[in-house]
Design a protein around this ligand. Sequence first.
Ligand code: TEU
Length: 572
Amino acid sequence: MAPTSPEWWKDIVVYQIWPASYKDSNGDGLGDLQGIIGTLDYLKDLGVTCIWLSPMYASPQYDMGYDISNYEDIYPPYGTMADMDELIRQVHARGMKMVLDLVINHCSSEHAWFQESKKDKTNPKADWFHWRPPRMIDGKRHPPNNWRAIFGGSAWDYVPERDEYYLHLFEPEQPDLNWENPVSRQAVYDSAIRFWLKKGIDGFRVDVANMYSKNLDFPDVPAEDIGAEFLLGDYNNGPRIHEYYREIRRDVLNEFGEVLMIGECAFTPFDEVLKYVSAERKEMDMIFDFDIVTLGGNMVKPRHEMFRQSLQDFKSAILKVQQFSAGTDAWATVFGENHDNGRSIPRFATDDPEYRVKAGKLLAMLFGTLTGTLFIYQGQEIGMTNIPQDWTIDDLKDISALKYWREIIAKYPDDKELHQRGLRGLQLGGRDNARTPVQWNSEANAGFTTGTPWMRVHDNYKEVNVEAQLDDPESLLSFWKQVVKLRKSHSELFVHGDFEIHDFDDENVFTYTKKARDGKNKALVVLNFTENDQSFRLPEGVENSKLELLVSNVDEPKDKLSAWEGRVYVFE
Ligand code: TEU
């Protein structure tokens, strides 16, 4: 590969592939690596310059691969190590970068490390995980504390061989590694990180990157009645977390040049974010902040409490992220979708058939003009939408959805209204929304597979699919291509510029300007987030500027903004 320039990752356009649902090449109903290889020209044509591949490692798949049983092997239905080598080669041959998911807060309970650790208290890996004795209350065995696992139930599971519990912040099949132990840390570095860097990959998206360091006192979440119910604590940003990242950079990554680290850091306050991503500290290069994708609720809150956020909430979440790099040496990510959240069109705009495509273009203008590294999630570029309202719980596959469902049915067996709200919440924000197979064409199973798809294909695939949009200049796909091109040709404004909101209190219209760091070029972005006409107002200081329309989702902008209309102007 060509030598990599420092900070090459600021200007890339990343496309996230979630392998199970992307493209099946062998008819087994599950996406695979050869399927991905077959679409690389499509991605290049879209303007993508980096692929982030969600876990393709050996795994029993309790959490769709976020439970890895061998970091140095491939999940067989996805292909072989030779396929993986070929994928890396083919990505690089097209001048694109390759980023893998790094899942090292936990591994699978089937990983040899855990299998050994659970045998007894004296084996060499006995403290590679967090083991604690039971808490005895009235002669009865209880977990060591009242922590709730993120998808439900206790965060501890009992192992009779050790007469101890182990910690799992996610599923029981995902035991948390003990990062206090320098020996297990080195094993993780060798197996999960060095192994892949030696194969030439360019970086990692780091799963739950702020959760490795635990408060070893394991304090109870304050509760009136210990043992009655498990409660979610704040498991993020523990005492040694920054030390670990400096160690990883110093002892492992530096040897391989400018390795990109993108940390998934949910629920992290602004000052703490800066510690991770300030260029001077160089722990990580950028993080995924959750403020935008958790608007209205998320998987740590009950789905029946999900609500539709206000435009002002949306603006303030965007503002927080846009401020990461304002006056600091830090850097931001820009994303509206991923594999853990609902689709952006129904969530932030509208999937009303009359406006769906126009609203998708509006969001493309929004995300395409924000400062930071842009991420597009598979299917976002063609406007894939959430699962239809007439689908039932039986159509869902995600472990977090199914656990939530079992929990509410057990807790409120007769509350049909709550069940209905729960299902609606899942259909708005649940992870299954992002996991329906990618819609490639209007043939059977949307061209995703010739076999039986592992998950139901969205009913709208005849209308929403890649093939139908490829040669249509009016399609969302063509629009995304145009926006990505403009983002690159005006990168000083869109990728690197300073961001300012001009109508923070306005619940209908979102108006912001971008300013190049050298102050010369500016852009004005005006987005109507309603289905009504809105007046088009120029912000203070822009009134006398000569505006040049760069892109819009209407042919000829008029005096007023029409429903879901957006415009991007440049001016000096
Ligand atoms: O998700 C992390 C995740 O679940 C967070 O949203 C979580 O709610 C937060 O960290 C709580 O503080 C990642 C993956 O993206 C997801 O698909 C996996 O299921 C999960 O980690 C476990 O590996």
